[in-house]
Design a protein around this ligand. Structure first.
Ligand code: HEC
Length: 149
């Protein structure tokens, strides 16, 4: 008789193996309208936001192993859908203004980068200086575009 525990182990292992074959889209679409800004700002965005909000995602090794890969891919696909710096210049002025406000809010409240990401990538956390650079960009652009609050 095979023990119950052994069965549970065999079935779980088979399941884990099986789910590795479920295809996941880990593609990085090519750039279309790259975000142009001073280096000081793009460095922060690249370090803290680009993995989910650009077409230049660096897919880590664990993004190859299901079911973690599903969570990573979900964050990237949803992140890009909401805000993608790689196609920033293609957004309408209204959309850019709306996104700038949201970026400032998310940064100020410490909502972005998300906790599950910043706990694995501590260097991605925004410090006070990063927040100031982001804030200055947003305030500056808002004045320039005439949507200053
Ligand atoms: C681990 C992936 C990940 C990283 C890294 C990340 N984000 Fe996000 N972001 C998401 C996801 C997923 C959403 C959509 C769901 C949500 O709002 O939580 C989102 C939503 C947003 C939104 C809301 C857009 C809208 O239309 O409502 C803003 C603004 C934003 N992120 C800014 C940033 C900024 C700025 C950074 C870097 C400091 C950053 N994010 C880093 C995954 C990420």
């Amino acid at each position: 008789m095979i023990r119950k525990k052994t069965w549970i182990f065999v079935v779980s292992a088979a399941l884990l193996l099986f789910i590795q074959f479920i295809p996941i889209d880990r593609s990085n679409p090519s750039e279309t309208a790259e975000f142009a800004a001073p280096r000081e700002l793009t460095d922060i965005l690249r370090r803290s936001c680009y993995d989910c909000h650009s077409n230049e995602t660096i897919w880590p090794w664990y993004s190859r192993i299901a079911p973690v890969s599903w969570l990573v891919a979900h964050d990237v696909h949803e992140g890009r859908e909401h805000l993608n710096f790689s196609i920033w210049d293609g957004y309408s002025e209204e959309k850019k203004a709306k996104l700038r406000k949201e970026i400032q809010e998310e940064a100020r409240e410490g909502e972005m980068p998300p906790f599950q990401y910043s706990s694995i990538h501590p260097a991605a956390r925004l410090n006070e200086r990063d927040k100031r650079v982001l804030g200055d960009w947003i305030e500056g652009e808002s004045k320039y575009m005439g949507d200053a609050r």
